[in-house]
Design a protein around this ligand. Sequence first.
Ligand SMILES: Cc1ncc(COP(=O)(O)O)c(C=O)c1O
Length: 437
Amino acid sequence: MPFESNSLEEHWMPFSGNRDFKLDPRLVVKSEGMYCWDHKGGKLIDGSSALFCSPAGHGRREIADAVHAQMIENDYTPHFQLGHPGSFELAERVARILPEPMNHVFFTNSGSESVDTAMKIALAYHRARGDGQRTRFVSRERAYHGVNMGGLSLSGMVKNRETFNLTLPNISMIRHTWTEEQRFTNGQPQTGAELAEDLQRVCESYGGSTIAAVFIEPVAGSTGTLVPPVGYLDRVREICDQHGILLIYDEVITGFGRMGTAFAAEKFGVIPDVATMAKALTNGAIPMGGVAVRDEVYDTVTNASPQNAIEFFHGYTYSAHPAACAAGIATQKIYEEDGLFERANDMSSYFLDAVWSLKDHPLIADLRGIGMMAGVEVKHDGVPGRRGTQLQKDMFWNGLHVKFTGDNGILAPAFVAERSHIDEIIDKFRKTLDQHC
Ligand SMILES: Cc1ncc(COP(=O)(O)O)c(C=O)c1O
């Protein structure tokens, strides 16, 4: 008997107001290029690449065809003491676009898994060097590093934490980089580099030799696009080097062209030791994440065990799943063949100028942006987050998808966007703001 769902009750939706959503659902039933269609037939333009996942636009046949062919050829091979060719090809392709000397990639299934994997890689690396007392991690206020217990412990967004207070010990939080004088700065703020000294203070309080790694989103994404001040990342790198601390970039959003370069590391000219990735690795089509490391990190961990032994006791049943690898390879080919990172770079100033055209609107509190990513912060209505949540819903019915976190709308269009698409996104954003005046 054919089954057609008539109930929304059974699915407990993530990061959603379940009761509210189910009273007035917003279902996407089709997506193609820059657009999606809802269950009532409405057409929406996608202003956030879904969840910053789909820079090549939706419904890419090349990816679907590659996954289909892979599923028929070989549907699943685990990677524990076994392999399939796709993972090696994908790792090689990713290594090719990573900055030197980052040439090794460990695959996961999400950004959250990538962050927890990166924490374990840091611990394994120090232990292999005989530096096993390094068990402290440093992260930042307003950071988002996923929802697993490691990444949650590194996150600085209160709503994500307060219910789950049993987080890891030995985590020090330093300040985020946004300051009042940066309000409405387009690109990198000129002020705020001195906030990197917070890391030095943690080293002085706890001893730099007890710190395993510092986690940094090069541009803090989910909190509403906080762009690093000029000189900030350089100073963080310097302090890490001085104390033997690993610098870990969480590039789950910034990876794969969002900054107009393959990775944010290249954009800012400061190379980490480890970098997480997910989302755009497969254009969002199949869940997949990864952790890239410098050669020295890989070599140290792998060479610390006897030839025949497992070197890193970590992995997931679905690490480097063949379908995900096929999607990843097809996606990387599209990025390369269509020159999408260069396209993102070329479109960035048009996009950011369009975003800044909202500055005069009475509901706008701040604008921040770089590359193909911008935070549009609206004034709260007395209850933080309430207006943003309502705006997101109203935009949907006005034909625009934008991801909001609290009162921050995060615009991140696909790199296939034409100028007319950018105009349409900003136009619909403004019109929806007008309805709230
Ligand atoms: C910087 C960063 N790290 C980690 C994550 C978690 O990724 P996932 O939702 O795939 O677990 C996200 C998700 O938005 C992110 O933005």
